[in-house]
Design a protein around this ligand. Sequence first.
Ligand SMILES: [Zn+2]
Length: 277
Amino acid sequence: MTDHISRFVSDDGFALSYVRCEATAELVGHQQHKLSGATLEFATKGMIASLLMGTRLKGRGMLSLNVQCDLGRIRDFRCDAMGMGYVRALIRTVDDGDALIGNGNLTVMKQIEGSDQPFQSTVPINHDRFIHACNAYLRSSEQVQALMCYDITINENTVERANGFYLERLPAADKHPDCHLSNVYDELYESKQDYVRIDDKGNDEEVIGELFGKGELKKLRQYDVQFHCPCNKQRYADTLRAFGKDQLKELVNEKGVVPTICDFCLSEYEIPLDDLI
Ligand SMILES: [Zn+2]
């Protein structure tokens, strides 16, 4: 099945986004960034979380999740979810024992087109509890009644399954306090559970019906998830033009070009020094 996001609503005030992204997670995590096993699982959780949270942006823009830690194998991870299901990630790993991450911070940044100031908020993260930290962020920083759960299977270099959902209780749900979805939500919320077994064999309506009751949520729309990095040579040239002449001369190589590499998609661009000064 093609990687995609589906969005659902219920008559009693719930909104749900469901994502499947195994091919994209493997492309970005393994083929681009050479991750495997636990680090690939961590990056997959990050992609699921940013794609799901990106569906709730109020306007066109980008949602970024950034994890920074001082210990462990993953020191810096960032995932950007843009517009309609586009995603990219960067990850810096070090060879540092068995621990995946130490104590660190998860920063959520939201940039909406047309607004000057990006929104930014930070919560603590430890171990590999990525989705758990995102749920803590939703509760404390956004103060929305929302939670995310995931179900991922990684086999070394392969992402066999990558599913997740975001469930939000909207203000309209107050009129239906005892509805089925309210009870399901309360159960997940109170247990602070972030893993849920998702049987993804059927179509999305069947998958969601299995989890939340048949016909409870109605599908609104579906769109593809795919890797996309908006970097290009011109952007790098524009950035480098802000550097001083002396700095540029330090960066230039014997061919007379400044070599650059995109940390997200690892594309390499060579900018001639003559174009910069
Ligand atoms: Zn790029």
